[in-house]
Ligand binder design. Structure first.
Ligand code: TYD
Ligand code: MG
Length: 423
């Protein structure tokens, strides 16, 4: 059961006279350019995910697991934005001003334009913001602020919704951007109502494994830009550091001579990223074989294993299978099917891939390799990183694939691809 507070402002007949100040339609051609009112964020990885800057009056929700680095990212963003937007008001309902100061010292950020307020009452927050008129308002986190009028606790559905609505009502007419931090529940949605995601203009997720250094910032919704851009960061002693060259970073510790290791070329937005995919197969001790994937959909892994069993004849029925995308990146793209399948086959046969090989391709249920998009871009990135050979679906026209300088092997099925890769 969800408590809902009735909105007393609504009501009145549908055919009521136009209220004063109501919006009027305008011809599209008379409106200003779409780039108007964007503030460039000096942190380029963040700027790109936002769609090329922070839009005036927009509400941006930054979500992620506890401890992943949301406060760190937003504080760094605040500090970097202060010179261009003027005063930034950082409201923390979770930490004291002292704690924020400690973090800021660690990040090496300060400056007279960064103001902090430790407050949980949203009415007070808005009153202070109204007085201060900051160029950017930050609320950390939406689950810990509350308004008095609603009796339920902070973090409840009605509180989260009401607080967001009030922030929006305040920010829009004033043209002040607001960044809201939100925690993510175990199920992977931002705690509180789904409606929160509908209300804000952009939803960014900071993902990654808390125990690994890499963090991926992904836009899952953006009214002002594309949603498939990602930003890559590294958590270091002095906060989040941008990773300009993610492929190099993700492949840094790779041992190319190990069985069960392959390199996938995934495209995130417009950027090709090379990542290592690892698989391990071991005989099942008892009962049902286990299949577990990290950074890759487990159901997809099961499907690929089924294809390898049925179409390639690998005896995986009595094998536990683990697959891992190294570095904390999550790949949802079907182009990673082939590298995952090759990693499994390579581990099962205990035979490493030929050195310098990348593999790209979607796998169908008949064991056929299906073509994927942006081939040239992927191959160029692979060539840039010193790879010499690519295994591609045969369906990809030869001309496209040839320009990168890689030696291309085209395979029509997984079985052919395995033969080509393992020799
Ligand atoms: P934090 O931003 O507090 O996470 P969130 O707001 O998402 O809960 O950062 C959490 C972790 O980041 C913390 O466990 C320690 C680590 N960290 C660093 O490694 N280096 C740093 O400079 C900072 C500030 C944090
Ligand atoms: Mg925090």
């Amino acid at each position: 059961m969800v408590e809902t507070i009735e909105d007393r402002r609504s009501g009145g007949g549908a055919a009521a006279a136009r209220p004063r100040g109501a919006a009027r339609p305008q011809p599209l051609s008379s409106l200003g350019g779409s780039q108007a009112g964007r503030v460039h964020v000096p942190i380029e990885e963040l700027d790109r995910v936002l769609g090329g800057g922070l839009v005036q009056g927009s509400l941006v929700l930054v979500g992620g697991d506890p401890g992943i680095g949301k406060s760190t990212l937003v504080l760094q963003a605040a500090a970097s934005l202060a010179p261009s937007v003027g005063r930034v008001l950082y409201v923390s309902a979770e930490e004291s001003a002292q704690q924020i100061k400690l973090r800021a010292d660690r990040l090496g950020v300060n400056g007279d334009d960064l103001w902090v307020l430790s407050e949980t009452d949203l009415t007070q927050v808005l009153a202070t913001a109204e007085e201060q008129r900051p160029g950017l308002l930050i609320v950390d986190s939406i689950q810990t602020v509350a308004v008095e009028e609603i009796s339920s606790a902070a973090g409840s559905v009605s509180q989260v919704r009401e607080c967001t609505a009030r922030l929006m009502e305040w920010a829009k007419p004033r043209g002040i951007p607001v960044m809201i931090i939100g925690h993510v529940t175990k199920e992977g949605t931002i705690a509180g109502p789904r409606v929160l995601e509908h209300m804000v203009d952009a939803v960014l997720y900071l993902e990654g494994d808390r125990h690994h250094q890499y963090r991926i910032l992904r836009a899952v919704k953006n009214r002002f830009g594309s949603t498939d851009e990602v930003g890559v960061f590294e958590m270091a002693d002095a906060g989040l550091r941008e990773v300009r060259n993610p492929s190099e970073a993700f492949l840094e510790e790779r041992d190319g001579a190990a069985a069960g290791s392959t390199v996938a070329v995934t495209v995130e937005g417009t950027r090709p990223i090379l990542v290592e995919v690892q698989a391990l197969t071991t005989s099942t001790a008892y009962g049902m074989p286990r299949r577990s994937a990290n950074g890759f959909d487990t159901n997809r892994l099961q499907l690929l294993v089924a294809v390898l069993q049925k179409r390639v004849g690998l005896g995986l029925g009595t094998q536990d299978i683990y697959a891992n995308v190294v570095g904390g990146l999550r790949i949802a793209e079907p182009a990673a099917d082939l590298p995952v399948a090759l990693a499994v086959a390579s581990s099962f046969r205990d035979q490493p891939l030929q050195p310098g090989t990348v593999a790209i391709g979607e796998i169908g249920l008949a064991g056929e390799l299906r073509s994927i998009g942006q081939v040239e871009r992927r191959l160029q990135e692979a060539a840039r990183l010193g790879f010499t050979r690519a295994i591609l679906p045969a369906a990809i026209p030869r001309t496209d694939a040839m320009r990168s300088g890689l030696q291309i092997t085209r395979a029509a099925s997984v079985a052919e691809a395995i033969d080509a890769a393992l020799g």
